[in-house]
Design a protein around this ligand. Sequence first.
Ligand code: PLP
Length: 350
Amino acid sequence: MLYSGAELNTILDKYPRCKLGFFPTPLYYLSNMSKYLGIKLYIKRDDFSGQSLFGGNKIRKLEFLLADALKKHSNCIFTYGASQSNHAMQTAESCCKLGLKCVLYLADLVGTKEIKGNLLVDKIMGAEVHLIQPLPNESFQDTIKRMYELARKQQKELEEEGIHCYDIPMGGANSIGTLGFISGFAEFENQSQTMGKQFDYLVHATGSGGTMTGLVIGKKLLGDPVTILSMDAGAHGADYVKEKVQMGNSTLQSMGLTESLTEEDFHIDTTYSFPGYEKPSSQANKAIKLLARQEGILLDPVYSGKAFAGLIDYVKKGKIPGGSRVLFWHTGGITALFAEENILGDILDE
Ligand SMILES: *Cc1c(COP(=O)(O)O)cnc(C)c1O
């Protein structure tokens, strides 16, 4: 069954939600880049979502997640990520607005030397930051596992003191966070209908997968023929799509809907994540400079730059045919430009 945008919003209105961001975010045509690529290119500016100057895609998820935390009378929010996590920073900002304590457990994968970028914002926002250093010879998975164990221990202690903790997974990727991007897709649908334009492709960066899953559900429920191309920033394996199908289906179930997702609903490309998560690529850096110099818009080297590199390559290879109407969904992340140099790679080379 297909739903109208209004019907979908009525279903979403049943969930508690905090007002955190500035929505709808702007959606507009990029004339210089369109001419350069030979397509009709539009951008959706979720980097402008708020709270601070540094917004991003996690605010949409946090509107639902933190409302759930408040409903459960939690007063202390725990979340996780890498040291320069955009999700952690947006959680810290949002907790300030809602008067919640924020505890961040961050794995220091880049070897933090100075408090910069998102870490600086986290500290200014008053979040309690636990920076977890990988031990010698410890695998990435083991560092993350140890980080979760340390957090569990602290949560237990806080609960004993009568403080109610609420746990948000990395990237806010769970069945509740996903609601944020179902709502995001409904917002996009409303904007494209107002413009009287049908999009052929929607391109965005994927990481923990909540953005992608929400968009894919929104497309399915509203029956929009747009092809959603999810450019992976994390070089995920074969289980990734299976997990996201499951996560999406539990969201659909919680909405009381009988529709369900299959792996065929997703189009994930891991090519542009090379050489790995938080590791810079020349291709992404070239894409960042191209968009900056054509349109005066910044992207980030970890997510949106890699996704935009994918978009450019798809056009070059004809996978996105010339003349297509394409939306690039800007998911934020600009603070990474002001983080450790090893996130930036060769960006200053001409
Ligand atoms: C987290 C993030 C993404 C990926 O979103 P997920 O919902 O985690 O897949 C993309 N871009 C930026 C800038 C992000 O911070």
